[in-house]
Design a protein around this ligand. Structure first.
Ligand SMILES: Nc1ncnc2c1ncn2[C@@H]1O[C@H](COP(=O)(O)OP(=O)(O)O)[C@@H](O)[C@H]1O
Ligand SMILES: [Mg+2]
Length: 292
């Protein structure tokens, strides 16, 4: 009996790539806690969006995933490895690829393919395998044709895709993107989001997508809303986004299609609640028009 319980527990732990338990963090010299007891988990193969307004603690959480900082209270485990144990640092950093807001701060080399090779080179990966990793990573973000270019000649969206390729070349189990589209124009934003969706759908990547816009969390399997250093709401996008009043209080704007639906309802058009995407809104309006 005990054995069965044990093996079930082990199985459960293995399917969770990240487990944060009562995670707390206070930056040195500040009286305030940036994280005040966040408990959450990320299952392998899922797309988890962490949503919160500016200053809510999202980046502080992201930095914990790659051991850039370690908890001042509670714990974070990545693939069952506690981030507070120094002997786990290298393995955790290999397991988690982090992509930040500003692509210019993440590109280190003067040629795209050399930039993507930088991580595996530092790991001591043999050159033929580096070539293979770089090619596959550039294919995964559809940037192979730009391999020989200088990064500064690329658009913001392309640079961010190179940064993602650099993370993928490390063969991570989890990709965490912290406001990876915040500095991009709408085209770049779409490019990066499509790239990440493709990585999830066709490459089985586990993704933690950190954002302050609800629009970008619509496609997630699970949304976790962080406010003032605490996880305050979680569920499917539809469950979380139905809490309109609460989200407004938390400083988060509903997706555009949801806002338009609500305006239409105010004007007497019977659009059903729960509309998240433009496609759903179009379907709802067509259904109403067909009945009229
Ligand atoms: N390096 C730092 N030193 C001191 N305080 C910080 C530092 N970075 C962030 N903070 C504070 O921690 C809180 C959470 O910040 P952050 O994690 O960057 O939020 P978000 O990414 O959601 O905008 C904020 O109050 C912020 O001012
Ligand atoms: Mg941030």
């Amino acid at each position: 009996m005990l054995v069965a319980v044990d093996s079930a527990d082990t199985h459960l732990a293995k399917t969770h790539l990240v487990e944060a338990k009562d995670l707390q963090y206070a930056y040195a010299g500040t009286g305030e806690s940036a994280l005040r007891g966040v408990t959450l988990s990320v299952r392998e193969g899922t797309f988890v969006a962490i949503l919160g307004r500016n200053g809510s603690g999202k980046s502080t959480f992201a930095k914990q995933l790659n051991v850039l900082i370690t908890p001042t209270g509670g714990s974070v485990r990545v693939m069952c490895m506690d981030t507070r144990e120094p002997e786990n640092t290298i393995a955790i950093r290999q397991a988690v690829g982090l992509v930040f807001q500003n692509p210019d701060n993440q590109i280190v080399a003067t040629v795209v393919e050399e930039d993507v090779a930088f991580g595996p080179e530092n790991l001591g990966v043999p050159p033929p395998e580096i070539r293979d990793r770089v090619d596959r990573a550039l294919d995964a973000v559809a940037m192979r044709e730009h391999a020989k270019k200088a990064p500064h000649t690329l658009s913001g969206g392309q640079k961010q895709r190179v940064a993602i390729a650099g993370a993928l070349a490390m063969r991570p189990k989890l990709l965490a993107l912290d406001e990876a589209t915040a500095m991009l124009d709408p085209d770049g934003r779409r490019e990066v989001m499509n790239t990440v969706r493709d990585l999830i759908r066709n490459h089985g990547m586990t993704v933690v997508w950190i954002t302050h816009t609800m629009e970008e969390a619509i496609a997630a399997d699970e949304v976790i809303v962080i406010s003032n250093g605490e996880a305050v709401l979680r569920g499917t996008p539809r469950e979380v986004f139905s809490e309109t009043r609460r989200l407004e209080e938390l400083g988060l704007a509903a997706p555009q299609a949801t806002q338009v639906s609500s305006l239409l309802r105010d004007r007497g058009v019977p659009v059903p609640p729960g509309v998240l995407t433009v496609e759903e809104l179009a379907d709802a309006v067509c259904a109403i028009a067909a009945c009229a």
